[in-house]
Design a protein around this ligand. Structure first.
Ligand SMILES: Nc1ncnc2c1ncn2[C@@H]1O[C@H](COP(=O)(O)OP(=O)(O)O)[C@@H](O)[C@H]1O
Ligand SMILES: [Mg+2]
Length: 470
């Protein structure tokens, strides 16, 4: 089987990567691989369903005249405030993460390291990169931000970097040359032939007095193995020289393992950092910032329900907040109450259930009926805490003070493994680790738990419908 081998490779790589940014050394089998998560769509609110669909705002984001008036304007503000499917770019809307930002900046500025950020989809990697990018620009770094895709190649990536380096930093030109005054960049000196790592290094070797930050987001989306190899090679050879080009890469640990595996001598110069889910106060901060912008208000109970249901996911917090706010606006209220959050949790469950196998839903429903939701909740929490793989010890920690005998949980784990809902592997030292097969399962379970705790257990309509068909 491929997984244990890769997992060990990654773990070994992580152990060797000296981290200055407080990486948890007790992350044995966790979070080495990220699975794609489907972002769920944001449906129109109830009130709009009764009419034929039409755009509510003009392209300039103004409310469409004759459509809804005040509440349409409020809806537009809500959408701007929550943007569940968009990373935060506006600094004023960026919540929490202060320590992580400080550590990242320190690693770039003081340690001159390359950085790799990894974590579940929706945990906030792109939003962090955006803030770092702005902070670096403020400090006069030359920043190139590349959103990697299937087809990203080295040639276009390096040309983009070069286009961000004015010739005033080139030893043969300097600030007073005609070319510099004309605004030429390093890209203007590159020939038409496809860029190689050697050519890129040669071009960079003439640069003085500039610090360049290359940000590669969604590194795991890249289709080309060759490109990843070229980036690893570039980083390694940059590290051997005094050229101040640093890379900040976001993606999945498997790609980090591949990077490090290709160039073992990179270890000293790369720091890897897992981006964890957010703390309750950070989620509170997200909702608070969105309140300020949108003008709506969450009452205490509604806020607590969101915090419990989102399980530290900023993505879910925004999705739930947005939908709860829409539900309140539909009822002509600007204060959001727990029942609005209840409706938004149900919507999110319905959406997420589309990403969970029918078989998985039935098994969860069956365990819930047998009173095992707390055990499922503990497994979901362990998975959310580590970002993927977890051990029994991590499950015990996740159980906190829940009065549940651990052997119940062990029996639930066994059942889930037998039904192919959990993967099980044996790590170094014979400790066993588990991971949910579907990446959305932990959040799905958290939402079911929140629904049952806050709004009384109802059978999930989607699951009930499936059961009737069995
Ligand atoms: N620090 C933050 N403050 C406010 N919202 C955030 C923060 N981090 C993430 N979000 C929100 O969470 C969602 C997912 O964030 P994103 O940066 O796209 O995650 P990732 O790149 O890890 O998939 C987006 O809606 C984004 O607006
Ligand atoms: Mg992203």
């Amino acid at each position: 089987m491929r997984e244990p081998v890769l997992t060990r490779l990654f773990e070994a790589a992580m152990r060797r990567l000296g981290s200055v940014v407080g990486r948890d050394d007790h992350e044995p089998l966790s979070a080495w691989r990220e699975q794609p998560v489907t972002y769920v769509s944001v449906p129109p609110s109830q009130a709009q369903r009764s009419t034929l669909p039409r755009f509510q705002r003009t392209a300039g984001d103004l409310p469409n005249p004759g459509y809804g008036g005040r509440s349409a304007a409020l809806r537009a503000r809500l959408l701007n405030a929550y943007t569940p499917a968009r990373p935060v770019v506006d600094r004023r809307m960026f919540a929490g993460r202060t320590k992580i930002l400080q550590s990242l900046i320190h690693a770039i500025e003081e340690e001159r390291l390359h950085l790799v950020l990894y974590g579940e989809r929706g945990v906030g990697k792109t939003s962090l990169l955006q803030q770092i990018s702005q902070a670096a620009k403020d400090a006069r770094y030359l920043v190139t931000y590349i959103d990697c895709g299937q087809r990203t190649e080295f040639d276009e990536t390096f040309r983009a970097v070069a286009a961000g380096i004015p010739l005033m930093y080139h030893s043969a030109y300097g600030p007073t040359s005609v070319e510099s005054e004309r605004g030429d960049t390093l890209a203007d000196l590159l020939g038409p032939e496809p860029m190689t790592v050697a050519a890129a290094l040669e071009a960079l070797s003439h640069i003085e007095g500039a610090r360049v930050l290359l940000i590669l987001d969604d590194f795991d989306h890249i289709g080309s193995e060759e490109f990843r190899h070229e980036i690893a090679e570039l980083l390694k050879r940059l590290s051997d020289r005094a050229v101040y080009v640093q890379a900040l890469i976001a993606g999945v640990p498997a790609e980090l393992a591949a990077l490090v595996g290709q160039v073992p001598s990179l270890h000293r110069n790369v720091v890897a950092m897992r981006i964890p889910r957010m703390m309750d106060d950070e989620i509170r901060d997200i909702i608070g910032k969105a309140e300020t912008v949108s003008g709506v208000h969450f009452d205490d109970e509604a806020l607590d329900a969101i915090i419990a249901a989102c399980a530290g996911s900023p993505y879910l917090a925004k999705l739930l907040g947005y939908r709860a706010a829409l539900a309140a606006v539909d009822h002509d209220r600007e204060t959001i109450e727990a029942e609005d959050v209840g409706a938004s949790i149900q919507d999110a469950i319905d959406d997420l259930s589309k990403t969970v196998s029918r078989h998985g839903q039935l098994r969860i429903e069956e365990l819930t009926r047998r009173g095992q939701l707390p055990a499922l909740a503990a497994l979901a929490r362990a998975s959310q805490a580590t970002g993927g793989w977890y051990t029994m010890e991590e499950v015990s920690t996740a159980l906190r003070s829940d009065p549940l005998p651990p052997r119940n949980t062990a029996a639930v784990i066994k059942e889930l493994v037998e039904h192919d809902i959990l993967l099980e592997i044996e790590g170094e030292g014979h400790e066993h680790a588990f991971r949910f097969v579907g990446p959305t399962l932990p959040d799905y379970i958290s939402l079911l738990v929140a629904r049952s705790r806050w709004f009384g257990a109802k059978p999930d309509p989607a699951t009930a419908a499936l059961e009737n068909r069995v």
